[in-house]
Design a protein around this ligand. Structure first.
Ligand SMILES: Nc1ncnc2c1ncn2[C@@H]1O[C@H](COP(=O)(O)OP(=O)(O)OP(=O)(O)O)[C@@H](O)[C@H]1O
Length: 583
């Protein structure tokens, strides 16, 4: 869709607001062109000593009345128009937000956060201006132009009118050339603003790392270089915009010179009255607004077009993950992977190859293996963040793609390696998936996740603010808050992705024992534990060892020890390490 199609569609939907604003603008334009005529009439009346006393006062009163009416109508159309344009900004932001929330991780791997933020703010504003101010200024400018020209040529003197218009084609040519430069300059300016945003976002998120590495100064100078760069582009755009004004000034200057020369001659020839010449020069002055409006509209439209060219690909990008699922999530579903293979976009090597596994309701699966073996990837396929290239993921016998995506995700409580805490209280962070949960329920899951005592020691207990604007929790505390959050969701499948890596062995054992007890009380709940520490999975019903994306060993703890492969070697090594630590 082009910007013009977007504008046309929007105007059609909000035609009432636009029509009301247009009627008000038309009234303003008519009153505006009436004023010079009235002034000319008064001047001629005074020159001929016709207008005096009360009659003069009445004529002047009409002028003041017209001025007042123009003022009120101007306020009126702006109110109408901004309400409509604001509506478009709101719609675009909501569409952008919804589109982004529907996208899968592959989309975010391509798009930079700073860019997306710039799109939602700066670029939407630019489109909003094009749809609001630009459109009505174009209408107002054209109408005023037509009326003023009609009054000049038909109402005063057509020869004078045509002569004064001679310099205008030159101005049109200048405008056309300037608008091309304005478009390029705005495009560059919006892109550089995005880059600046991205840098600000990166360095604020990583400010501690930058400081720790002594890189704060370097990041600062990079930022100032980017800010200069963005400022320079915006300045260049403004400089080109500023070129509209001299073009208008020069054209009008020439037109006034022609009007006064020819008009003076016509007055001398007694073909024109002084009052008419006064009206005519006032009309020339009234041409300033339509000329400026043309420059302004062109620059707003160019800015809008540049912004729309950046927004449109994101708004219309195909979803990196389609949600065509119609089925509900089967209850107490077993999980089955049939010969599943998967590669990340642009990766040269497959992250998973020919994976087959089955997990029955209520069972625990342990997933272990060296770093980069594909453990997290396997969980991400279960969550349908990505689609397998080959093979099938089945839940209760139904292919995952046929289940409604939100139902599928709600059936799984996933605790990622680095859980995210929102800027909210701890209680709200735990109750994320079930905001209606009572405080007692929140505390109960916090106990199960062995984080209740830690929370009580915080300044405001469960009401303590965490996340970016609150207190900083340790890595282990964050992990346990995330586990509590997952438990409260009561999803039948719990996925722990190395989610106990930052807690000590004692606490880990305590949490795993709680989880086992919980599953005994609530039959049918399954658990997948990804871990580096093998003690985390030793009690699992089934343990799978992944290496280079393939299953290299599988069985129970005892079976794998007996097998004498990677698992047995790693177990011996970790036991030895533990005994050295204990000693
Ligand atoms: N978003 C991604 N894009 C491209 N490649 C990726 C992406 N995420 C992971 N990979 C690659 O896929 C492979 C498997 O990664 P994965 O994170 O699943 O391993 P893992 O076994 O969970 O590792 P760890 O134990 O270190 O968490 C690795 O080679 C990794 O580099």
């Amino acid at each position: 869709m082009t910007l013009h199609a977007l504008i046309a569609g929007f105007v059609r939907r909000h035609w009432r607001s636009y029509a009301a604003a247009a009627v008000m603008l038309a009234s303003i334009a008519m009153l505006t062109v009436w004023i010079p005529r009235q002034v000319g009439h008064i001047v001629d009346g005074l020159a001929a000593h016709r207008l005096q006393g009360q009659a003069l006062l009445i004529e002047l009163g009409r002028l003041v009345g017209a001025g007042l009416l123009i003022y009120l109508l101007r306020v009126g159309w702006r109110l109408q128009l901004f309400a409509a344009a604001y509506q478009l900004g709101r719609e675009l932001r909501i569409r952008l937000y919804e589109r982004m929330t529907l996208q899968g991780p592959a989309f975010f791997q391509r798009q930079r956060t700073g860019d997306l933020m710039a799109l939602a703010t700066n670029d939407v504003d630019a489109v909003e201006m094009a749809v609001g101010e630009a459109l009505l200024a174009a209408f107002d400018g054209s109408l005023t132009l037509i009326l003023v020209l009609a009054m000049m040529t038909l109402g005063v003197d057509w020869r004078l009118g045509l002569a004064a218009l001679l310099p205008f084609p030159l101005m049109a040519l200048a405008f056309w050339r300037i608008s091309e430069h304005v478009h390029q300059a705005w495009k560059a300016s919006l892109e550089r603003f995005s880059a600046l945003n991205q840098h600000a976002q990166d360095s604020l998120a990583g400010v501690r790392t930058l400081r720790a590495l002594g890189l704060a100064e370097r990041a600062g100078s990079q930022f100032s270089a980017l800010a200069d760069h963005a400022g320079e582009a915006a300045y260049r755009a403004q400089r080109w915009e500023a070129a509209y004004e001299p073009a208008v000034g020069m054209t009008l200057g020439l037109a006034v010179a022609i009007a006064l020369g020819l008009g003076g001659w016509l007055v001398a020839q007694q073909q024109l009255s002084i009052g008419q010449l006064t009206s005519f020069t006032m009309y020339l002055g009234q041409l300033i607004w339509p000329m400026f409006a043309a420059g302004w509209v062109l620059s707003l439209l160019e800015r809008g077009r540049a912004a729309w060219a950046r927004l449109q690909p994101v708004l219309e990008a195909p979803l990196s993950l389609q949600d065509h699922g119609r089925q509900t999530m089967p209850a107490a579903a077993d999980v089955r992977l049939n010969a599943v293979s998967f590669s990340y976009p642009q990766a040269s090597r497959a992250a998973l190859q020919d994976i087959a596994l089955e997990l029955r309701p209520g069972q625990t699966l342990g997933l272990v293996g060296p770093t980069g073996a594909g453990k997290s990837t396997l969980l991400r396929l279960l969550l349908r963040q990505f689609e397998p290239a080959r093979g099938q993921v089945l839940l209760g016998g139904v292919p995952a793609g046929e289940i409604q995506l939100d139902l599928l995700r709600r059936a799984m409580a996933w605790v990622p390696q680095e859980p995210f805490l929102f800027s909210a209280s701890i209680a709200d962070n735990i109750a994320l998936a079930r905001p209606e949960a009572s405080r007692a329920e929140v505390e109960q899951v916090a106990r199960l996740a062995a984080v209740h005592e830690d929370i009580l020691r915080l300044p405001q207990g469960y009401e303590t603010q965490v996340g970016e604007r609150g207190v900083t929790l340790s890595g282990g505390q964050r992990q346990r808050v995330a586990i509590a959050r997952a438990l409260l969701s009561q999803a039948p499948l719990l996925l722990l992705d190395d989610a106990l890596s930052a807690v000590d062995t004692g606490t880990e054992t305590q949490i795993l024992t709680h989880l086992r007890e919980l599953r005994q009380q609530q039959a049918g709940r399954s658990l997948i534990v990804v871990a580096h520490r093998l003690s985390s999975v030793m009690d699992a019903d089934q343990i799978i060892v992944l290496r280079h994306g393939q299953i290299s060993e599988r069985g129970s703890h005892a079976e794998l020890l007996a097998l004498g492969g990677w698992y047995a070697a790693q177990w011996r090594y970790q036991q030895l390490e533990a005994s050295i630590d204990a000693g």
